[in-house]
Each structure stands twice: as structure tokens, then as C-alpha cells.
Design a protein. Sequence first.
Lengths: 161, 161, 161
Amino acid sequence: MDARELRFAVEELQHAYVHCIDADRLEEWPDFFTDLCLYEITTRENVEQGLPVGVIYCDSKGMLRDRIVALRQANIYGPHRYRHMVSAVRITGVKGSTVTAESNYAVYRTMLDPVNYGHSELYSVGIYLDTIEIEQGVTRFREKRVLVDTARILSLLVTPL
Amino acid sequence: MDARELRFAVEELQHAYVHCIDADRLEEWPDFFTDLCLYEITTRENVEQGLPVGVIYCDSKGMLRDRIVALRQANIYGPHRYRHMVSAVRITGVKGSTVTAESNYAVYRTMLDPVNYGHSELYSVGIYLDTIEIEQGVTRFREKRVLVDTARILSLLVTPL
Amino acid sequence: MDARELRFAVEELQHAYVHCIDADRLEEWPDFFTDLCLYEITTRENVEQGLPVGVIYCDSKGMLRDRIVALRQANIYGPHRYRHMVSAVRITGVKGSTVTAESNYAVYRTMLDPVNYGHSELYSVGIYLDTIEIEQGVTRFREKRVLVDTARILSLLVTPL
């Protein structure tokens, strides 16, 4: 794959991923990952200090599925909708079928409860640091590390970023 | 056209479309549509309930032109400028020369009146659900359905999204 | 280069440029420009009135380097992080190895001081009007004109947009 094909493949994955979340098809979310995988939400400060565990840490597809079950059945939170913008997708390394990439993101949250219905606001900005496997035309995340700039509202995190 | 050529063509159309609006060249806006066309701004709730008419509903190029004439001559509103971000353009179907696509958008509005001059804020986020005709190298919207997340400020809608 | 190759090359430059700023690798920032160059931040009003000098005006690579030295050593400002979104990259002209392009941008600022730590907000939206040189596979800005919509907060400008 040349540089253009690589970025196209990574963008296709990112775009499908964010539409899956924004459309609330969260049961399909784990399928964007390989069986052995890492999904982590953390801050740059955590990473720079070598702290191993961030805000969210899932290191298997089963943990990703559990997270969605918990979100659907156990968690209490105000109904909302996400809207993701992804920008500046950039390939940072290629080794065999493994690609690393960085992409900026911004997520807006629109509340759906009666009081705040239809009010949108900036929810989180940051960077995706991804390790992606491209195998036989199928593209999946082996690692998705979400480094949030917006450290303040992490306690409210329910839906994946 | 392969997948890369298709997304490129759709992105070129989306990018030209948003720059046209952001540069206030609204008289050119109807030319992004085929003669028989649909331009609609609505909410997901409306769509899910099968309600036929959203906030704005234009089903011909003439109605699009009328809208711009009204905006220039009849409507009273505070002077403002839009800035569109489009992200995650994704082809969802292809049938002959007809392509369907979904794209996330965020629009910022900057006020130009003396009191609020130069203040920018999030105005609307949502998704474009488009049906696009590609004919002899010319790409146009046959349908552009704007599903807004930001239901709250729809009453202020003047400029097209 | 065909239209797809051109937009790819320009996007690669824009993406690398914004990741450089967002990662605070500002010492590398001047290297995105040719030796003879123009970097300007201004408003559309300034441009339309033919006013020559905007908010920031640097017409050599040396001036760009000076700006970063000043920022690191002399300026007093609250610690912050930027996050750039770039969208709707559009080639507007090609002449030999020189390409002109327009791209919408939105920048979010996250404060890093103890009081506001981790709070993100919209900082600036506007348009990049760029003249880009593509020579032997190296892509650089000969001119980068940043036309801000968000006129209000220009006085706080420290980090380049």
C-alpha cells in the first residue's frame, strides 16, 4: 500500500467507527477491535508520568462488550447523543500489516432530557493514538488510546469516545 | 469508480458546498443541486416518527432560489458568518450514477453586529444524509437531508446548513 | 499531479502542520515554510479594505523563528494546549509547482493552569488561504494567510494558528 492507500484505509476505519458511536449502535463497537486489543482513555500527563492506568482501560474485546452491557443496563446518566469530528489523520509508522496513526478529534454532546433537550456543547477534544491491523482487506484497531485534552469532564464519561 | 475515487468526488462536492455558504456566495448555492431535488432540515425524531415535513423543506431548485431571495430581501436577522466543518464522509451505497453518503458536520456562527462583533459560538451539529448524482464528471446533490442534533436553535435558522 | 494527488499532498502538509502546533513542537514550526514566505493572521474586513498589516505579519523564516523564541522566553501567558481541526481542504489554483488552497479550521484551547485545568473551549474559527510550493516531493507554505472569523479574542494570540 502506498501512502494514499494507507491514509484512505485508516480514514475509512475512523469514519465508520465514529458513525457507529454517533448512531448509538454501540453493540457493534467492539467489532472495530482485534480480539487482543487495548482501548484506553487517559491524559497526556498520565502518559508522560508513566502511569499505567487512565480513566478507562480495557485490554480485551470481552471487556469492551462488558462496558456496553453495563452502559445499557446498569449506568444511570442523562440521555444524550454524541457527534464526532475527526481531523488531521496522519500515518506515523508502518511495519508489515501494522500501522500507527494519530488523529485529532472533537466530540459534541447534545442532551435529550426534557429540560436541556436539543442543547449541544463541546464535550471533549483530544487525540487518537491508534495501532491498526490491516489484514486481508479488513482494518481493525489493535490499540486505541484516546488522549483527552479536556480533563475536566472525564468523570461523566459513559459512552466511548 | 473505485471506493477512493467515490469518496474523493463526494468530498470535493461537500467542500465546495460549505465554502460557498461560508463565503456568503448564496446565489450559487442552488447550483449544487440537480433540477429535481430535495433539501430538508429536520430532526432524527421527526424522521423516526415518519413525520413528512421538518423545519425546512424545499423540493425543487426554484424553491432553493426563492429561499435565497427571501433571505436577501425579506428576512430580518443579525448579520453573521458561518464556518462549516465536515468530517467522517462515508459512502453508504452506490447504484449506477447515484451515491448515498453520510457526513458529520459542525457549524460555528460568528456575529457581525456592533455589540457581539467577532464572537464565535457553536451553532449546529448533526449529520448530512445525501443522495448524490455523478454524471459526466459533474457531481450534484439530488437529496440533502440535514439531521440536526441541535434542536434548540432551529427557530433562528436563516442561512442554509 | 492529478486532482486527487494534489489534495492529498496539501492535506498531508496541513495535518503535519497542525499536529506540530498541537504537540507544542513549535521550534519545528518555521520549517513548514519556504525561506521566502509570508505568515499572516488577519480578518476578512482588513483584507477587503486593503489594509496591509493584520494582527500578526511575518515575511521571512527568520521572523517566524523570532516569534517562537519570544513565545518561549519573553511572553507571559497562561499555560494552554491547542487542538486544531482542519476541514474542507480545497484546491483553488495550480500553476507549475505552486498550488493555492483554502481550508476551514477550528481551534480549541484547553487551559493548563491550576484553576482552569482541563477546561476546553472554542478559541478561533476561520479559513486558511495558502500558497504552497511542491518541489521534489517536499511540500511547504510560501504564504499562509489565516483569516479569522473570531475577531474578538485576537489580543490573546500567542501560539500560532
